[in-house]
Every structure is written in C-alpha cells, then in structure tokens.
Design a binder for this molecule. Structure first.
Ligand SMILES: O=C(O)CCC(=O)C(=O)O
Ligand SMILES: [Fe+2]
Length: 278
C-alpha cells in the first residue's frame, strides 16, 4: 500500500451549511494515538450493510436544512446531541405502518419512508424481507418506539467502542452520515471464525445498517481523532483526510420498559459514550 496526502476520490464535506461551521474547518493537529487505516467498503460481517452514496448530496442538504430549522443544537453551549422519539407501538398492534403519523417531526417521517422505499427497491438484491422486517416491522415481545439520535462530531470527537444496549434497543440500527466523513471501528466480541476487527470510512450520504450478528456480537465506535486514513481500493493508496464537522442520524427501536427499570442509568451510560481526543 502506498500513501498519499490528497483526498483524491473521496467525498468532500459540505462546509456550506451552518451546522458545520465554525467547527467545520479542517484541523491539522495530529492525533496522538495510532490512526488505523479505514476501508471504503465493509468486508463481510453477517447482518452488516454499508452503502455509499445512499443519499444524494441534494438529499443530504435538504435533510440538514430541515434539521437546522428545528434548532435542536447549540454547539457553543455544548448541545451537540438531540434525541427524538416516536409514539409507542406494541406487538399486539397491526403491522407497523411507517406512513401513519408516529409522533416524529415531518422531516424525520419522510426520511424513514424514503430509506424504506430505497432499501425495498434500489437495494432489493442485498436487503431481503427479513432484514426489511427487522428495520421496519419488528415483532418484539415488548412495547417499542422509534428513536432517532442526532449527533454532531467536531474534529477530535468520537464515540467509545460499544454495542448498543442490548436490553434497551431491538435489532436493526441505521446510521446516516452528513458533512464530514469519519472512520468507524468494528470489532468482534466473540473471537471465532477468524473474524477480524476493521475500520470503515463512513462517507457523507452513506448508510450503515447493523442487524443480527453485527448488531449483537460486534462493537462499533468512532476513534477520537482529527483525521482519518482511508485505503483507496482502486489505487491501493492510503489517503489522509482531515475531519470537519460531521452530523449523524442513528435510527433504532427503543424498548419501552416499566418505570421501575433502569432506564435512566442506561440513558446516562449511552450518552457517556461520546469521547474527545485527549
Ligand atoms: O453517530 C454515529 O455515527 C454512531 C452513534 C452510535 O453508535 C450510537 O449512538 O450508539
Ligand atoms: Fe452505537
């Protein structure tokens, strides 16, 4: 593998949006820790799907504008995360219908429908009915609701390696990336079948879907660094790409638990995952 300093072939971040300024300018400071080389495409892991250019740059821009209009964030005051909830659903109700009002803001409902349609039509050769059901029509034993976490990562910020809390969230997690690309580390928790940890570069406009084994038995996390190293398969070169501000939307099914359960501790545990470069 050769190394290169430019970011030839990589998708640029959208620095024109107010969500991505002033933190959006590239930061040249080197990370202290070893920076792993990320792949552009995911290797095979059961239940993991990763599609680059899932959303066009126009669609990304529209989503970001909708989010800006909702005023969820104030990065000056450290408010870089927002959590949205849909209405509850349960296993006795009719088949889940994403076209019914569900308590989420209009833009979020439109986004959910658009993702479903695209997976069903454009990605039908890869996403079968079982996976679509996990993502859009679960039949769990408990009540559940849609949860969407919106995160802004400035350069140097990350999230610790983790498995999304198993007793809190159902199977099926979708991660959409906007603004800057970022490397996400994946590692198997059960050392078997010769599975190897790897790092995957999440480009803006990409979707990363975790189901089955990749959701329950692999950790994912974002290293807190100011740049990423990305392997270009075509040229077999490694490119250094400075991070700018990234915005992500993580879509999950949240289990609704009795008042007496440990919801609060779980929420604190989940939000404490965000990490900074030290
Ligand atoms: O922001 C991301 O890309 C991932 C977030 C995540 O893994 C989580 O909230 O559990
Ligand atoms: Fe996660």
């Amino acid at each position: 593998m050769q190394t290169a300093n430019d970011d030839d072939g990589q998708t640029e971040s959208d620095s024109s949006s107010p969500l991505f300024t002033p933190e959006g300018s590239p930061s040249p400071s080197p990370a202290k820790e070893h920076v792993k080389v990320a792949l552009q495409e995911a290797p095979f892991v059961e239940g993991l799907f990763h599609f680059n250019q899932f959303l066009s740059s126009e669609e990304c821009q529209e989503i970001v504008e909708n989010v800006i209009d909702c005023h969820y964030f104030n990065t000056d005051q450290g408010r870089d995360q927002a959590v949205l909830f849909g209405m509850r659903n349960n296993s006795n109700s009719k088949e889940h219908d994403e076209s019914q009002p569900n308590g989420l803001p209009h833009w979020a409902q439109m986004l959910l429908r658009m993702i479903e349609e695209r997976l069903r039509v454009t990605y039908k050769d890869t996403i079968n009915k079982d996976i679509l059901d996990i993502l859009y029509n679960p039949s769990p034993e408990t009540e559940y609701t849609r949860q969407m976490i919106l995160n802004i990562y400035t350069p140097g910020q990350g999230i610790a390696d983790h498995i999304d809390i198993p007793h809190r969230f159902l199977d099926g997690i979708m991660i959409l990336s906007f603004g800057s690309g970022i490397s996400m580390d994946f590692a198997p928790t059960k050392n078997k079948d010769g599975e190897q940890a790897f790092s995957l570069y999440l480009q803006p406009g990409s979707i990363c879907i975790l189901t089955g084994k990749s959701r329950w038995e692999w950790t994912h996390g974002i290293p807190a660094q100011t740049y990423d190293l990305v392997h270009n398969k075509q040229t077999d070169q490694v490119h250094r790409i400075e991070r700018s501000a990234r915005f992500s939307i993580t879509i999950r099914w949240l289990k609704i638990q009795p008042e007496s359960s440990t919801n609060t501790n779980d929420d604190i545990a989940q939000s404490n995952l965000r990490s900074h470069q030290t």
